[in-house]
Design a binder for this molecule. Structure first.
Ligand SMILES: NC(=O)c1ccc[n+]([C@@H]2O[C@H](COP(=O)([O-])OP(=O)(O)OC[C@H]3O[C@@H](n4cnc5c(N)ncnc54)[C@H](O)[C@@H]3O)[C@@H](O)[C@H]2O)c1
Length: 309
């Protein structure tokens, strides 16, 4: 199968590239390296350093005629989306439309990295199912949801086959500790540097943490399936930041305590996704428990810090 993977030099995309190359698929990565990096690129992919907003990216789709576009390139910061909503919409909505138009012309299937937490907000139902009303409160959530509507529209109007995967909080090796998201990566990096990480607010806000290898399996299932739909991808388990911090500190082997800072404006209190639909339709279930996933992630960060010394 020929897969055009956007964002394949980033955290999640690079793990998907590894799995696709491993099973013998032809993989073309499109990434502008704005947050991704060359060292993440699997040597078995063909790489095009391109902005997904560009006409060249759309032309590439039409020239190569992939079977599937797996779209992971994005502006991933919720707070940047609040500061720069036009930029967010250009990258997360208009660039997606640029590729979706090209996918329609090329007859390609579309798999889209959407979000669960940022769509449902502080939901009254936890874990939250897909049919819960999506009322995003950040421009990031709005652009992801708006693009899901475009997918639905292209399915209805043009018969484009697609899957939107609504991820919970993804963690694992290669996640950047330099952004403001990715709390697992940030805690690992700070603790290994002997610094005290900051927990925003009382730390009792909960999230649903899903390991990147489980996200990869959801993508492989979505790429291979003929069906169309929107699916949550999470564990359904709520874990608060204080507990997460303790689990990571234990694995790093440190007694250092976190510092509590002011709460971040607009931070959600709770989030967990009900992933029964994807279990039923695609046979996907999470396999990596949080404790095990953190063990492996902490070991990866430890090795990286040691190699950099
Ligand atoms: N990490 C999470 O917890 C999470 C949760 C929900 C959804 N997602 C979605 O998953 C996808 C991947 O996220 P990630 O965590 O791997 O982030 P990431 O920043 O590691 O990866 C994004 C990649 O997209 C590339 N990119 C950004 N803008 C681009 C542009 N204009 N043109 C070409 N390439 C561009 C970056 O260089 C990077 O390699 C994103 O769509 C994100 O919104 C992530």
């Amino acid at each position: 199968m020929r897969v055009l993977l956007t964002g394949g030099a980033g955290f999640i995309g690079s793990h998907i590239a590894d799995a696709l190359v491993e099973r013998g698929d032809e993989v073309i990565v499109v990434d502008d390296l704005s947050t991704g990096c060359r060292e993440n690129l699997n040597p078995g992919v063909r790489f095009h350093c391109l902005d997904v907003r560009s006409p060249q990216a759309a032309r590439l789709v039409e020239e190569l005629g992939p079977d599937v576009i797996c779209h992971h390139a994005a502006q991933v910061s919720v707070s940047r989306s609040v500061r720069e909503p036009v930029f967010d919409a250009e990258v997360n909505l208009l660039a997606g439309l640029n590729l979706l138009e090209a996918a329609r012309r090329a007859g390609a299937r579309f798999v889209f990295a959407s979000t669960g937490g940022a769509l449902y907000g502080d939901a009254a139902v936890l874990p939250t199912p897909e049919d819960y009303p999506a009322r995003p409160v950040s421009p990031y959530g709005v652009s992801k949801l708006a693009f899901e509507h475009y997918l639905h529209c292209y399915g209805a109007q043009h018969g484009v086959s697609y899957v939107a995967l609504r991820y919970a909080n993804v963690y694992g090796p290669r996640q950047s500790p330099h952004g403001e998201a990715g709390v697992v990566a940030i805690f690992c990096q700070r603790l290994l540097a002997g610094e005290r990480p900051v927990i925003h607010g009382d730390g009792r806000q909960t999230r649903d943490y899903v390991h990147v290898s489980d996200i990869v399996r959801a993508n492989l299932a979505a790429i291979d399936a003929g069906l169309t739909g929107h699916f949550n991808v999470g564990t359904g388990r709520q874990v608060d930041v204080n507990h997460l911090f303790r689990l990571i500190a234990e694995r790093i082997g440190t007694e250092v305590e976190a510092v509590h800072g002011p709460p971040r404006p607009g931070d959600q209190r709770t989030s967990a996704l009900d992933a029964s639909l994807i279990a039923e339709r695609l046979g996907w279930r999470p396999r990596v428990g949080l404790e095990q996933g953190l063990e492996e992630t902490a070991a990866w960060f430890r090795a990286r810090v040691a190699a950099a010394r």
